[in-house]
Design a protein around this ligand. Structure first.
Ligand SMILES: NC(=O)c1ccc[n+]([C@@H]2O[C@H](COP(=O)([O-])OP(=O)(O)OC[C@H]3O[C@@H](n4cnc5c(N)ncnc54)[C@H](OP(=O)(O)O)[C@@H]3O)[C@@H](O)[C@H]2O)c1
Length: 322
């Protein structure tokens, strides 16, 4: 079948490891099923995999892609929850020490077909297109958990979102605005800041800018480049929720600021099946939809990867079957 995969880890030049070509079709084990993929969205995770981050070298070649929308063997439209927990795990799947994401241990979704555990499927509502539904399982689910499960934020409070144009960042902007938060966003260019304002940001700032006031919580996906600003921007007793470190995972710890200001740093990863169900319900109820920057047929996936690698995102990049 046609698939987009990482041939071997390529730490310095991720695009060199990217292959669009033929891979064997899935052979689902007991309890799993095969989904015909209609759409799957690109995440920064796929660039990390090409670099060999978060995956052991013996797993290559590996089909990329963490989320999907497609059809089950009976033709029912389904959304895939990409967190694969141990077969006997109960409760919050993200706390299973043995959990993995599709494309880490098991082949991912950038293919004509993908094998997934049956319990990882949710019905796709008719009002959501496959392209929209494909954005939910990683970036939007991550933003949902950061805001609504991990941050402690309440309507009326102020949130700073570091980064304007990425998949998680655009999800955070839309969801935070819908939740009645005051939404402040940093973006690296004026067009990115203007796009964030159109999505619902109440105010936008250049990276590192002094803010009019300290915020109740910061949503961090950028890492080293914005970390000090995040700690300076949060009010005493406030929270920094971290799900990623695009610019590097080891920023200055700034411990004195942490303890004098009594700042809580909270990690967050993906989300549970129940959170994905709630996110889908939220979209159906409110009419909100994921921000889709670009749709490409799977055989042109390289163009999407190049855009993300260059930092030229404006929402989600989605690969479709045709
Ligand atoms: N833990 C988890 O479960 C989880 C889930 C999803 C994502 N993540 C992580 O979260 C991060 C974002 O993922 P994504 O898929 O949203 O990525 P993406 O679409 O490529 O977005 C990258 C974001 O980083 C921002 N950024 C700011 N300064 C940057 C700089 N100097 N260099 C590069 N980017 C910079 C960009 O902001 P501008 O708008 O200003 O360009 C943009 O918002 C990744 O590191 C990813 O691995 C983790």
């Amino acid at each position: 079948m046609l698939a987009v995969y990482a041939d071997a880890p390529s730490p310095d030049d991720p695009m060199a490891a990217l292959v669009v070509g033929e891979r064997p079709g899935p052979e689902p084990p007991d309890g799993w099923t095969t989904i015909a993929v209609e759409a799957a969205s690109l995440n920064h995770h796929d660039l990390w995999t090409l670099r060999g981050v978060g995956i052991s070298p013996d797993r290559f070649p590996m089909i990329l892609g963490c989320d999907a929308s497609g059809l089950d063997p009976d033709g029912n439209p389904v959304v895939v929850h990409g967190v694969i927990s141990s077969p006997d795990w109960t409760g919050d799947e993200t706390f299973d020490p043995a959990r993995s994401l599709l494309s880490e241990r098991y082949p991912g979704t950038f293919a004509e077909q993908v094998a997934v555990p049956r319990r990882n499927l949710l019905p796709k509502p008719a009002g959501l297109s496959h392209v929209e539904a494909a954005c939910l399982g990683t970036a939007w689910l991550t933003g949902y958990r950061m805001l609504f499960t991990r941050s402690g934020l309440r309507p009326g409070q102020t949130v700073l979102i570091q980064g304007a144009s990425g998949g998680v960042a655009t999800a955070l902007i839309v969801l935070a605005r819908a939740a009645g938060l005051r939404v402040w966003v940093t973006g690296r260019t004026e067009p990115k800041r203007a796009a964030a304002a159109r999505l619902g940001a109440h105010a936008t700032f250049e990276p590192g800018a002094r803010l009019p006031d300290r915020v109740d919580a910061v949503m961090e996906t950028v890492g080293r480049a914005t970390w000090s600003h995040s700690l300076r921007s949060v009010k005493p007793g406030g929270t920094v929720v971290v799900c990623g470190a695009t610019t590097g995972p080891n920023p200055p710890a700034d411990l004195s600021r942490l303890y004098f200001r009594q700042i809580s740093v909270i990690g967050s990863t993906m989300g549970t099946r129940n959170e994905l169900a709630a996110l889908i319900s939220l979209l159906v109820t409110t009419g909100l939809r994921p921000v889709v920057d670009l749709e490409l047929p799977l055989d042109r996936a390289r163009e999407g990867f190049a855009k993300m690698a260059a930092g030229e995102t404006a929402g989600k990049i989605v690969f479709t079957r045709r």
